[in-house]
Design a binder for this molecule. Structure first.
Ligand SMILES: O=P(O)(O)O[C@H]1O[C@H](CO)[C@@H](O)[C@H]1O
Ligand code: HPA
Length: 324
């Protein structure tokens, strides 16, 4: 006697009929199911309790409530050497905190005091081009917020788009063009938690005007007026540096300098009510020059300007701390 099931499944016609029936059943089931709102993974990755747990771990470990947060660019990680009585907290020790897999990234927080103020600095940041969700790139900002931070300074290495800029220039950011956001990708997409902010956020004064002006004044008073600029920044999503054609587009858009981070961090910081000061160190001069940005060695590069950046951060913290 023939077995109905296995013999039937061997006939191509029977198999096709079976698949058709299966598909129809699946479609009917899908139709009957209530429509679901698909929440993007951004807001699901770290909820308020997850972020609280990270902040609690940090506060328990360092026993300091930081008022200032600093996100150090890969090229400006020497900033943490200014921190007194430092407590190092490796990212991997903080529950759920993202850890960069890139060689040479320090992957730690340094908490202590600087110019008499309490600070928490990120030595090494999380980049989208490493394969992280924007929520992972920006969760450190929410953690800083729950640690008690009020002011946050973001720094980055950048390539010049403005032809008037030179390597070594320090551009204080007055505005950005959010290329990620224009393409529909933002760490704020998805269900929001009102303890961090509302569903939408105005970006007016995201780069705090007062801090920008103070930063400029301090930079000048320190003698850096020749290399100080204020300009518009944009962030690329890919680790490939921009092509000449892309540089031209960026220039037409009004971008002065371009990097691979910072913009989404600033959005999250402003959204949750932190006061933001940001600047970039120009490490690659752009536009028509025969320079390959990938060959720039950040380790041995621009020591003097790195010092200038550190001085700028320290003096601004001092002035804010002392209401100057
Ligand atoms: O974002 P930071 O750490 O400044 O690093 C910048 O420099 C690297 C490229 O040289 C990129 O990672 C870019 O984003
Ligand atoms: O020249 C650059 N282009 C884009 N991102 C960068 N990050 C550092 N330098 C650059």
């Amino acid at each position: 006697m023939k077995c109905q099931q296995c013999c039937a499944s061997k006939s191509p016609l029977a198999r096709r009929l079976q698949l058709k029936k299966q598909k129809e059943a699946e479609e009917a089931e899908a139709k009957a199911r209530p429509k679901q709102i698909v929440v993007t993974p951004q807001s699901l990755l770290y909820n308020y309790d997850d972020v609280s747990a990270m902040a609690e771990y940090i506060l328990r470990t360092c026993r300091i409530r930081p008022k200032f947060g600093v996100v150090c660019s890969t090229v400006l990680s020497s900033m943490v050497n200014m921190i007194e009585n430092p407590v190092d907290i490796p990212f991997r020790d903080i529950p759920q905190f993202p850890v960069s897999p890139v060689d040479g990234h320090d992957n730690k927080l340094v908490v202590g005091t600087l110019m008499g103020a309490t600070v928490i600095a990120m030595q090494g940041r999380i980049h989208a081009y490493e394969g992280f969700e924007l929520a992972s790139c920006t969760v450190p900002v929410h953690v800083m917020k729950l640690c008690g931070v009020k002011y946050v300074f973001f720094t980055s290495a950048a390539g010049a788009v403005n032809p008037g800029y030179a390597v070594g220039d320090i551009m204080l950011i007055k505005d950005h063009i959010n290329l990620f956001g224009m393409m529909g990708s933002s760490p704020l997409i998805g269900r929001h938690d009102s303890r961090f902010g509302g569903p939408c956020v105005s970006m007016v004064n995201a780069y705090d005007n007062y801090l920008l002006e103070r930063g400029m004044e301090i930079g000048k008073s320190l003698g850096y007026q020749e290399c100080l600029r204020t300009g518009v920044f944009a962030c690329l999503g890919s680790p490939s540096y921009e092509t000449e054609a892309e540089q031209k587009i960026l220039s037409l858009l009004g971008v002065d300098a371009v990097g691979m981070s910072l913009v989404h961090e600033v959005i999250v910081a402003h959204h949750c009510g932190l006061r933001v000061f940001s600047f970039v160190l120009i490490t690659v001069s752009g536009f028509g020059e025969d320079e390959d940005p990938a060959v720039v060695n950040p380790e041995s590069f621009l020591r003097q300007q790195q010092y200038a950046c550190n001085e700028l951060i320290a003096r601004l913290i001092y002035d804010i701390q002392n209401d100057l």
